[in-house]
Design a protein around this ligand. Structure first.
Ligand SMILES: Nc1nc2c(ncn2[C@@H]2O[C@H](COP(=O)(O)OP(=O)(O)O)[C@@H](O)[C@H]2O)c(=O)[nH]1
Ligand SMILES: [Mg+2]
Length: 356
């Protein structure tokens, strides 16, 4: 069984596309009107009905009953992708990847599809293979969560008894240093402040003995050549890995263009923040897809000591798929209820398998 979805202006046009590409044997599993206009039709076809073959009328096959669970899984994946505002072409790729899987669990099907389309490589804590652990420079547009993530990375490493060097290059903006200094004071980690690429080179030399070095950078406008040029010069100060920090829930096109702009500076990995706040991850998937970025970690809480977690396909799928509610043992007090969303997001990620 293979699933494919088609977008067209009218239902008749969509049906024509289904027939042309999947043949007369295709079975319609879902139809819906799209917000931006037009309709989307998801159709299923038996694996041996090759899409490029001319349509063959075979009434006996066309009306053959289809195994229920497979259709439900495909439909659930298609539904989730639609709800998250995943653009049609990427959704189609994911639905194709999910189709034909031998699972009745939509979360696993979506996870497998994400695994097939995206790459996942979480950040290390340092220490295990020190030689390979390049200093991490967190880059991104203003307000994307870089500073909080620097603090989270430092806290995670400290909790694992790793030595950490923290450098901030965000010294111009009022409050840029203070925010991070408050965190590093709590962690009892020295904060190095540097103004320019040369000073960064010196600070990197100084921090070389640490298990992990993290660099905070000022937010850069991805569409401002001068700002991006400054960042490029800063990143050339040493052998650092720039990691793009983007929040979930952005506009899809904006996120894709932002991803591409930072990719041009050598970014390979994407760290996704505010996964607890956003309801739609279409922009996150699109940014990674368009700029061919590798997912590393995600953050699901505003607190420094919690909610930084390695991303893997199933973790992401859990965040995207509605999870069945577990029956509550006793009524939840109002105070605890306020935390539920954050905890749910953290649980969705932590209860999944960890990527290699
Ligand atoms: N709820 C929540 N808030 C976050 C998360 N990551 C960042 N924030 C908040 O987003 C805002 C911007 O973060 P900040 O680190 O200052 O962004 P920067 O400008 O990129 O350094 C702050 O209010 C953070 O507390 C997250 O994962 N969850
Ligand atoms: Mg900052």
């Amino acid at each position: 069984m293979r699933l494919k979805s088609f977008h067209a202006k009218t239902m008749a046009e969509a049906m024509r596309l289904v027939r042309q590409q999947l043949g007369d044997d295709a079975i319609i599993v879902a139809t819906r009107e799209e917000e931006g206009g037009g309709v989307r039709v998801t159709a299923a076809v038996e694996e041996d009905a090759h899409p490029s073959e001319p349509a063959r009328v075979n009434a006996a096959v066309a009306h053959r009953p289809v195994a229920e669970p497979e259709i439900d899984v495909g439909e659930a994946v298609a539904d989730a992708l639609h709800r998250h505002g995943v653009p049609a072409s990427l959704a189609e790729q994911l639905i194709d990847a999910a189709a034909g899987l031998d699972t009745e669990d939509p979360t696993l099907a979506l996870g497998a599809a994400l695994d097939a389309v995206f790459t996942f490589h979480p950040l290390a804590n340092g220490g295990t293979s020190r030689a390979a652990m390049r200093p991490l420079a967190l880059v991104g547009p203003p307000g994307s969560g870089k500073t909080l993530t620097v603090a989270k990375l430092a806290a995670r490493a400290v909790l694992k008894n790793r030595s950490v060097g923290v450098i901030t290059t965000d010294t111009v903006r009022a409050g840029g240093v203070d925010q991070l200094a408050a965190f590093t004071r709590l962690l009892k980690v020295k904060l190095h402040r540097v103004e320019d690429p040369e000073a960064l080179g010196g600070a990197l030399d100084f921090s070389r003995g640490n298990d992990l070095t993290v660099i905070d950078t000022a937010g850069r406008n991805p569409f401002d050549a001068e700002e991006m040029g400054d960042l490029r010069a800063l990143l050339a100060a040493g052998d650092v890995e720039p990691v793009l920090v983007l929040p979930a829930g952005m506009d899809t096109v904006e996120a894709a263009e932002t991803g591409l702009a930072f990719k041009a500076l050598g970014v390979k990995r994407l760290l996704v923040t505010r996964l607890d706040v956003a309801r739609r991850f279409g922009s996150t998937l699109t940014a990674a897809h368009r700029a061919r970025l590798v997912f590393c970690d995600g953050t699901v809480a505003p607190k420094v000591a919690e909610g930084l977690t390695p991303l893997n396909p199933v973790a992401l799928a859990r965040l995207m798929m509605p999870q069945p509610e577990k029956p509550a043992a006793k009524p939840v007090p109002a105070k605890a209820r306020a935390k539920t969303r954050e905890t749910k997001a953290a649980h969705a990620v932590s209860s999944s398998r960890t990527a290699p």
